[in-house]
Design a protein around this ligand. Sequence first.
Ligand code: 5GP
Length: 131
Amino acid sequence: MTIFSKIIAGEIPCYKVAENDRFFAFLDINPVNWGHTLVVPKQETDYIFDIDDEQIGAMMQFAKHVAEAIKVAVPCRKVGMAVIGLEVPHAHIHLIPLQQEGDMDFKNKIADPDPARMKQTAEEIARAFRN
Ligand code: 5GP
């Protein structure tokens, strides 16, 4: 069971943003920017491009709706999207609110993000989410 499956199962806490029957979204614990969100399938697959065509289409649609909610809740010019997946072997899409190109720099994380602000950010995105 991956760490993300444990989060989905509620065994490890997270700042949850959105969920439907197949996908789950929550704040990245080491965000590069406020509102940095991860979108994961409930079914475990390590490499995102091993996911079948129908499922990855549905994942992208869910990610789009999460991105729309981020755009409403977090001041930004656009929401950027990235896939890395070298750390956690459970496919995930990073959604990151952007003001400038450098906001997507994964070497530049927010040091010690304030839990109260993380909670509030997740709640605001969750309120704006429409599946
Ligand atoms: P990647 O696999 O895309 O290289 O990186 C994994 C991402 O997952 C990182 O941005 C890291 O901060 C995030 N991450 C790793 N473990 C946890 C966790 O337990 N909870 C949350 N919310 N995020 C995590």
